[in-house]
Design a protein around this ligand. Structure first.
Ligand code: NAP
Length: 342
């Protein structure tokens, strides 16, 4: 699944050691988990449409639907039109531990566990290598050198092409990069999640590591489509997310309305404005969009045609300054697992 043929979507390179990928990636998590019901046929059609549009980066995790998401992507790649599946690069996160009732019970970054996770992922995806293999959360009980050392073994054996991190803090990023080349850090970054700007982003740039940004629409909150009357299933991540809670939602949606005024004036949608803002933050940043339907995908792709001038960027900055959202980006128990927030 190495990119070989030219395609129309612009490319960005993930750090000094990583691959060139499309400027937008498709995050497939919501097709299997955490955002309520999804439609399998529409998920497959959305992945195919993304490949057809030139998206070459598909993001997943072995714990998204406990293997469901990898099998879905494997099927999409096998059934894609000739050539499209081969051009796709798959980024796989590992390390999260699940319980029998579908809960999460911690993380495992031990070297033997890393290789075990990888063996299962290769089987579920139906591929002979993983393009970017990514530690989903730093395991506080295992030195990161040991975890990344095991990932480097997988690169040497040909089972993995590139090593990625997720939600790691600056100190861990430095230790990981001293152990093996790191292509990119995956981390939440959006108009309302900007804590990486102080230390993490400068560290990535100093070390020549790229970034794949998730939650660029803050899980739908700043997409312009969210309405306060939306009912969420108990297993929807957002039903426990502080930013969607009754006491914070009104404040956060008021921020979205200021973005809507700007988007309307420019003739784009709120989601396109929010994605274009992340794209404008640097050529080293690749936003992952969580589109689950072809309609949402089309809207996201439109962001590639939106350029924001200095006055527009200043107006956005004024309307939604750093720290303006109400509520943390994860529930307290999950914030505890974020090395990036320590
Ligand atoms: N490393 C990590 O810790 C981590 C954490 C979370 C996610 N991720 C990765 O990042 C990917 C993206 O994250 P995310 O899904 O939270 O991001 P997101 O793009 O901020 O949110 C996706 C949600 O936004 C809604 N939406 C509304 N308009 C949209 C549009 N035009 N395009 C796309 N979505 C739109 C979707 O709604 P509907 O489908 O309901 O209409 C979906 O529920 C995930 O799929 C996953 O691969 C990584």
């Amino acid at each position: 699944m190495t990119s070989t043929t030219p395609h129309p979507t612009p490319l960005r390179t993930l750090g000094s050691s990583g691959p060139a990928v499309s400027a937008l990636g498709l995050g497939c998590m919501g097709m299997s988990a955490l955002y309520g019901e999804s439609d399998r046929a529409e998920s497959l059609a959305t992945i195919h449409a993304a490949l057809d549009a030139g998206i070459t980066l598909l993001d997943t995790g072995d714990f998204y639907g406990m293997g469901h998401n990898e099998m879905l992507i494997g099927e999409a790649l096998r059934t894609a039109p000739a050539g499209a599946g081969e051009r796709a690069l798959v980024s796989v996160k590992f390390g999260a531990l699940r319980t029998l009732d579908g809960g999460f019970s911690g993380y495992d970054g031990r070297p033997a566990a890393v290789k075990n996770f990888a063996a299962y992922s290769l089987q579920r995806l139906g591929v002979d290598h993983i393009d970017i293999y990514r530690l989903s959360r730093v395991d506080p009980d295992v030195p990161i050198e040991e975890t990344v050392g095991a990932m480097a073994d997988l690169v040497r054996s040909g089972h993995v092409r590139h090593i990625g991190l997720s939600e790691a803090g600056a100190a861990s990023i430095r230790r990981a990069a001293a152990t093996a080349p790191i292509s990119d850090l995956q981390i939440e970054y959006s108009l309302i999640s900007r804590s990486i700007e102080a230390e993490i982003l400068p560290t990535l740039r100093e070390l020549g590591i790229g970034m794949t940004a998730y939650g660029v629409l803050s899980r739908g909150l700043i997409s312009g489509h969210w309405t306060p009357d939306r009912r969420l299933a108990a297993n929807d991540f957002r039903s426990a997310s502080p930013r969607f809670s009754a006491e914070n939602l009104q404040h956060n949606l008021a921020l979205v309305e200021t973005l809507r005024d700007m988007a309307d004036a420019k003739g784009v949608t709120v989601a396109q404005l929010a994605i274009a803002w992340v794209l404008s933050r640097g050529e080293d940043i690749v936003p992952l969009v969580g589109a689950r339907t072809r309609g949402r995908l089309d809207e996201s792709l439109g962001a590639l045609d939106v350029s924001l001038d200095a006055d527009e960027l200043a107006a956005i900055e004024k309307a939604v300054p750093p720290g303006s959202a109400a509520g943390e980006r994860y529930p307290a128990v999950q914030m505890e697992h974020l090395d990036s927030e320590k």
